[in-house]
Design a protein around this ligand. Structure first.
Ligand SMILES: Cc1cc2nc3c(=O)[nH]c(=O)nc-3n(C[C@H](O)[C@H](O)[C@H](O)COP(=O)(O)OP(=O)(O)OC[C@H]3O[C@@H](n4cnc5c(N)ncnc54)[C@H](O)[C@@H]3O)c2cc1C
Length: 388
C-alpha cells in the first residue's frame, strides 16, 4: 500500500484502536511497527490490569471499541475479569491472550496492512502538510504517500524525526514486570501479600536483596498460580542482565515462604516506558482539566483513571479524581502544532506530565485511537471540513 488514508506508526493500544476504527469505516490503513508483533506495551511489558476502560463505579467509560475489546477478551479467555483496585476498576487480562485477540481482530480487515520491523526515516513537506513518508523496513526504504500520518509510537518517534522541536521529553519512571507461576492459590490474599512486600523491602534495606527489589510490588494475575512482580526504575539505568539477576534473587527469597516453594519465572517483560515523550499539540491537556472534569467541544475520548504519576525522583504519586468525574480529551491535543496532517495519539499525546499520567492507561489509549480515526474519517464521509 503506497497511498494509505492513514499511516499509523506503532501497533500498541492507540495504534490498533485507530487502525480498527478507520478500517471499519472503509479507510485504507498502513501500520508500521518497529517490533515483530502487535500489542505494544501491554503485550510486550506484561500489563495484566487494563486501566481506563471503566469509571469509578465499574461502568464502561467509552462506547465503541473499548467495550468491544472487553467483550472479545472475555470471549477469548474466561479468566478475563473486571477487578477493583483501590477506588479504580481494571480489566484483568493475560497479556498473551490480549496480543492474540488483537492479531485475530485486525486480520478481519483486508484494508489494513501491517509492516513489522518498520520505522519512519524522514518525511517530505509541502508547506505545513506532509506529502511523503520514507519508511525503513528490514533495511529497505520505501516511500508512502499518506493523507494523514499518525504517531502512535508511545514515544513520539515519528514526530521526533520530522519535527524534533515538537516533542517534550518524558518525566516518569519506567518499569519492568515479571510473571511468576506455580504459586499456591491465594498466596497474596490479604494480609499475606502485604506482609510479603514488607519482607522484600526490609531484605533490600539489609542488602539481602538487590536495590531493584527495594520498591517492587506484587500482584495476583488472571490465573490462580500467578504472581506479577512490578519493578520501577529509571529507563536509562535499565540493564537486562541485572534485572534478570534481581528477579532470580527475589524468587529464591520468596521460595522460603509456605505456598511459594515451587515458584518459577514464567516471563520477563520488556522495559516499559510510561512516558517516552509527548508531542506539542495545538492544545496541551492539563492537570487542572482533569481535576475540573473539563469538557471540550472537540472531545474524541473520555478519561477517568487517577493521576498515577511515577515521579522520576519521588516515586509513585497517586491522586484520585473527584468521585464520579471523568474528563474529555480534545482532538487538538492529538494534532501536532503547525502541521495539518500530523497527529500524535496514545501515551505521546500533548499533555502535562501529570495529565499524561492518567491519560496514558491502555483503555484511554484505545479510546483516543478510535476517536482520532473517527474524526479523520468522518470529515471524509461528509466531504466538508477536512483536517488538511
Ligand atoms: C511499567 C508500566 C506499568 C503499566 N501499568 C499499566 C496498567 O496497570 N494498566 C494500564 O492500563 N496501563 C498501564 N501502563 C501504561 C500502558 O500500558 C501504556 O501507556 C499504553 O499501553 C500505551 O499505549 P500506546 O499505544 O500509546 O503505546 P504502546 O503500547 O507503547 O505502543 C507503541 C508501539 O509503537 C511501537 N514503536 C515504538 N517506536 C516505534 C518506531 N520508531 N517506529 C514504529 N513503531 C514504534 C512500539 O513497538 C509499540 O508497539 C503501564 C506502563 C508501564 C510502562
Amino acid at each position: 500500500m503506497t497511498n494509505p488514508d492513514l499511516a499509523i506508526i506503532g501497533a500498541g493500544a492507540a495504534g490498533i484502536g485507530c487502525a480498527l476504527a478507520a478500517a471499519a469505516r472503509g479507510a485504507r490503513v498502513l501500520v508500521a511497527e518497529a517490533a515483530e508483533a502487535l500489542g505494544g506495551t501491554v503485550a510486550g511489558s506484561l500489563i495484566h490490569t487494563l486501566g481506563g476502560l471503566f469509571d469509578d463505579q465499574g461502568e464502561r467509560l467509552n462506547d465503541g471499541l473499548a467495550g468491544e475489546l472487553i467483550d472479545r477478551l472475555g470471549d477469548a479467555d474466561p479468566a478475563t475479569k473486571p477487578r477493583r483496585i483501590g477506588r479504580a476498576w481494571v480489566l484483568n487480562v493475560d497479556p498473551a491472550v490480549y496480543r492474540e485477540t488483537l492479531r485475530r481482530w485486525i486480520a478481519e480487515y483486508p484494508n489494513v496492512e501491517i509492516r513489522y520491523h518498520s520505522q519512519v526515516n524522514k518525511a517530505e513537506m509541502e508547506g505545513v502538510r506532509i506529502i511523503q513518508v520514507d519508511l525503513d523496513c528490514d533495511g529497505r526504504r520505501t516511500a508512502i504517500y499518506p493523507r494523514h500520518l499518525i504517531d502512535a509510537s508511545g514515544n513520539a518517534a515519528a514526530v521526533r524525526r520530522i519535527a524534533p522541536t515538537k516533542v517534550s521529553e518524558g518525566e516518569a519512571l519506567a518499569g519492568v514486570i515479571v510473571r511468576l507461576r506455580r504459586a499456591a492459590p491465594d498466596a497474596l490474599a490479604f494480609p499475606r501479600g502485604i506482609a510479603l512486600v514488607r519482607g522484600i523491602r526490609k531484605a533490600a534495606q539489609r542488602g539481602e536483596l538487590p536495590p531493584e527489589c527495594g520498591d517492587c510490588w506484587l500482584d495476583s494475575g488472571c490465573h490462580a498460580d500467578e504472581i506479577y512482580v512490578k519493578f520501577n526504575i529509571a529507563a536509562d539505568r535499565y540493564e537486562h542482565r541485572t534485572m534478570l539477576q534481581a528477579t532470580h534473587r527475589l524468587i529464591d527469597h520468596l521460595r522460603r515462604t509456605p505456598g511459594l516453594e515451587r515458584l518459577e519465572l514464567h516471563q520477563l517483560g520488556a522495559l516499559g516506558v510510561r512516558d517516552g515523550g509527548r508531542i506539542e499539540g495545538e492544545y496541551r491537556l492539563t492537570e487542572t482539566d482533569l481535576k475540573q472534569g473539563r469538557r471540550f467541544p472537540d472531545s474524541v475520548a473520555r478519561g477517568g483513571w487517577p493521576i498515577e504519576h511515577w515521579h522520576p525522583r519521588q516515586g509513585i504519586q497517586l491522586e484520585y479524581l473527584p468521585a464520579g468525574q471523568g474528563y474529555d480529551i480534545p482532538l487538538r491535543a492529538l494534532k501536532v502544532a503547525g502541521f495539518t496532517n500530523l497527529w500524535g495519539v496514545g501515551k505521546c499525546l500533548s499533555a502535562e506530565p501529570r495529565a499524561q499520567a492518567s491519560a496514558r492507561v491502555a483503555g484511554t489509549c484505545w479510546a483516543m485511537g478510535e476517536g482520532l480515526a473517527k474524526a479523520l474519517t468522518k470529515d471524509d464521509e461528509n466531504g466538508t471540513k477536512r483536517h488538511d
